[in-house]
Design a protein around this ligand. Structure first.
Ligand code: OSB
Ligand code: MG
Length: 370
């Protein structure tokens, strides 16, 4: 495949409800939609960097810069035929995984469309529907939290994750557990604690949680190990695992018992599969995380989650949980058994709604510039 053009579009999409985590609250989700043209085919990718550097140091602004000035120049001129080839070309760009992953996704979409194979097939998926849950942001009150969780259970979600932060941890989680004694429940702190303040989490160990996600700093595998020793509940790493190498170190160090795989954080689907394979060899369960993606990124997550060792429900919810209007024609719906179907069409298997894209677009750039 010879990539002829890359178009960047910075989108800003209203969420159906504000989403609050330990690092902030958003009402609109920003992302960069990446469109690649090659030999009459169009491939789409989503860069999930947000407006501010809360989850990651990357933002839409830094990703735009890296995409335009460093990644784009590696794409044009010679044939590019695999995700591995792409990763080799961008290997000298340190970090910026969210930017790289967006382009890698578009390359997979092109490859699938060129061969008539779905992304799930390309990656070695083994199922056509994947178990999913819902990630619930911090609510204004504990009462509102219990009501919100109740509504998601009523709409069919059988696994719920709640966001926590210092001051909104043990009491919030105990209230949800009290209201829903049998619910598959987990929490996510997004790095809001230190070993010194993590004592506040100790009561959570009695609440029968599936896991406690990323309590400590992203660059601190060792302190997660010290914390895991004090907890019967599994610690799950998200932000800390940015490569298969880190995943191996986390496993060897016993820093966690579960890993959340987000291809974006790992620089692409290829590294996501590598972490999946490594964890399978070590008997460590994984699940697919989410970044409030549009239908484009959601299709990619569903394909990845169709791999064998994704044995825990993913943070991949129905389209209506995120956006009234999405940028894909197809909307993802929750099945009665708390699963979502994996797209079966070529590549990502979704059709992009050009009008919707236009309506959310706040800047655009066509590369190469001429
Ligand atoms: O830490 O898992 C996280 C959303 C944005 C940034 C980080 C996270 C999240 C979520 C949402 O939890 C998961 C979803 O997409 O539904
Ligand atoms: Mg997380």
């Amino acid at each position: 495949m010879k990539i002829e053009t890359m178009v960047l579009r910075h989108l800003r999409m209203p969420l159906v409800a504000p989403f609050e985590t330990s690092f902030g609250r958003i009402q609109e989700r920003d992302c960069i939609l990446i469109t690649l043209q090659a030999g009459g085919l169009t491939g789409y990718g989503e860069c999930v960097a947000d407006r501010s550097p809360g989850y990651s140091y990357e933002t839409c602004g830094t990703a735009w810069h890296i995409l335009k000035d460093f990644i784009a120049p590696t794409l044009f001129g010679s044939a590019l035929d695999s995700a591995g080839d792409f990763q080799a070309r961008v290997a000298a760009i340190r970090g910026h995984h969210l930017a790289k992953a967006g382009v890698e996704m578009a390359i997979w979409d092109l490859i699938g469309k060129a061969n008539g194979e779905s992304l799930s097939e390309l990656l070695g998926g083994v199922r056509t529907r994947v178990a999913v849950g819902v990630s619930v942001g911090i609510q204004p009150t504990v009462k509102a939290l219990v009501e919100t969780v109740g509504r998601f259970i009523e709409s069919g979600y059988r696994r719920v994750k709640i966001k926590i932060k210092p001051g909104r941890d043990a009491a919030d989680t105990a209230a949800v557990r009290g209201a829903f004694p049998d619910l598959a429940l987990q929490v996510d702190a997004n790095s809001a604690y230190t070993l010194e303040t993590a004592g506040a989490l100790q009561p959570l160990d009695e609440l029968g949680l599936l896991l406690i996600e990323q309590p400590l700093a992203e660059d601190d595998l060792w302190d997660h190990r010290l914390l895991q020793e004090k907890f019967a509940t599994a610690i799950c790493l998200d932000e800390s695992v940015t490569s298969a190498r880190h995943a191996r170190q986390a496993i060897e160090m016993k820093a966690c018992r579960i890993i959340n795989i987000k291809p974006a954080r790992l620089g692409g689907l290829l590294e996501g599969v590598a972490v999946h394979d490594l964890c399978r060899r070590h008997g460590m369960p994984v699940w697919c995380g989410g970044m409030l993606e549009t239908g484009v990124g959601r299709a990619s997550n569903l394909a990845l989650a169709s791999l064998e060792n994704f044995s825990l429900p993913g943070d991949i919810s129905a389209s209506e949980r995120y956006f009234d209007r999405d940028i894909t024609v197809q909307r993802f719906e929750l099945n009665p058994d708390s699963t979502i179907d994996v797209p079966g069409g070529p590549g990502l298997g979704v059709e992009v709604d050009a009008e919707a894209v236009e309506s959310f677009c706040i800047r655009t750039l066509s590369l190469p510039e001429r």
